[in-house]
Design a protein. Structure first.
Length: 405
């Protein structure tokens, strides 16, 4: 059977294009189906959205050929400081965590990169590849897999065939749903308020995580005197805060933020995202694999959402390449099981870690507060343990795919 391409990917956000580039660089032909028009991915406007890329993720972006295009707009995360307290009162304990990049021989723990630069670089690289076909502004309405391959029916009535289908279509993945894959998870009762702010003083590449009873506040460094904010509140509080005017919004944020960077002002748009845990019960099916949020949507408390998706990409690419080199049917159940087994433990442990961390820190129980503050102080006082945490944050632990080494 002749196929339109070796592999078809549903989802044109970030994971889908990165996966397409990794596979195309390895010699596969790929079709990417994106519900959004390409013009919607190409905006140069600053809207404040940004990502914390672990060092291992930066290596993958270099491996697929786009890091050089975005490096000039990235901010290295040199230090991470973690404290515990209440809004308007600052830290309530002398115990804290401080991760200093000079303790890692590899360099910075990661980089902050705005969405607009990463999205454009991925889109441009796909357009430049003669092994990638992008079908934008269209959606999939049906999918059928058999021993020969997979057939997708588009909303235009056209059909696309391939040997393998990859779902990169988010937490409400239509790919998974059409394959009959169910999901496990729960709502955290929290909503993330996301924005960017400008400030008087330089951030010096330091990321701050401030734990408060309603949820964590992350202050993540961007180039210049700018930072990205990811601020968790209860659903009701977040809805009320988001409904405020920009100035009223900042009046609520300022006492939570503090004055360590001088006066702060809103820069760009404001966003909200309900926070939940959603894990696909399985990440492979007949001639189908899931990556990114389609496989696992987690709490952003550790900033590992996109990083976990990029690990999926590195692992799946390596499994498919090695299978093809051995002359195997790379879309077979036997091959896809290797991907599933590789990612199962890492995904489950990361989901459990983020879930437990959020539950431990998003409350004002005095006993839990004492225990977690004592724990942070103990980790900070033990260089070897602190270094292990730093390597974990940099994505340098576990069974790394070749693209992340």
């Amino acid at each position: 059977m002749k196929h339109d391409s070796d592999i078809v990917i549903i989802g044109g956000g970030l994971n889908g294009p990165a996966q397409a580039l990794a596979l195309a660089n390895a010699g596969f032909t790929v079709t990417v189906i994106d519900a959004l028009a390409r013009s919607a991915q190409q905006s140069d406007n600053f809207d404040g959205r940004a990502y914390a890329l672990a060092l291992a993720s930066q290596r993958l972006l270099a491996g697929i050929g786009i890091w050089d295009q975005v490096a000039g707009n990235a901010q290295a995360m040199r230090d991470i400081k973690v404290t515990d307290g209440r809004a308007g009162e600052g830290p309530l304990s002398p115990f804290f965590l401080h991760f200093d990049h000079t303790e890692l021989e590899e360099g910075p723990m990661g980089y902050m990169l705005e969405d607009r630069y990463l999205r454009r670089a991925l889109s441009d690289a796909m357009q430049a590849s003669d092994r990638i076909t992008v079908l934008d502004g269209t959606t999939v309405v049906a999918q059928q897999a058999d021993a020969q391959g997979v057939t997708l029916t588009l909303d235009t009535g056209a059909c696309i065939t391939a040997k393998l289908l990859i779902g990169a279509d988010g937490r409400k993945s239509g790919t998974a749903e059409r394959a009959g894959i169910k999901r496990t998870g729960w709502d955290y009762g929290q909503t993330a308020l996301v924005c960017a702010i400008s400030h008087e003083k330089p951030n010096n590449g330091i990321a701050h995580q401030f734990f408060m009873p309603p949820g964590p506040l992350a202050i993540l460094p961007l180039p210049g005197n700018m930072s990205s904010i990811v601020w968790s509140e209860t659903h009701d509080n977040a809805a009320a805060i988001h409904a405020l005017s920009d100035e009223e919004y900042m009046q609520v944020l300022r006492p939570r933020f503090g004055n360590f960077l001088g006066r702060i002002e809103l820069a760009g748009k404001r966003f909200t995202y309900p926070l939940n845990l959603t894990l696909a019960d399985q990440i492979t099916g007949e001639r189908m694999a899931l990556i990114g949020d389609a496989a696992h949507g987690m709490h952003p408390i550790a900033g590992q959402g996109l990083n976990a998706g990029l690990r999926d990409i590195g692992a799946l690419t390596q499994v498919l390449v090695e299978a093809r080199q051995r002359g195997e049917d790379f879309a077979s159940e036997l091959v896809l099981d290797r991907y599933s087994e590789w990612r199962r433990f890492d995904t489950a442990s990361l989901a459990l870690t983020t879930d437990l961390t959020n539950k431990l820190f998003s409350n004002d129980n005095p006993l839990l507060r004492f225990a977690r503050d004592l724990g942070m102080g103990a980790v900070n006082a033990m260089p070897s343990l602190r270094r292990n945490f730093m390597r974990e944050a940099a994505g340098l632990t576990g069974d790394l795919p070749d693209l992340m080494r």
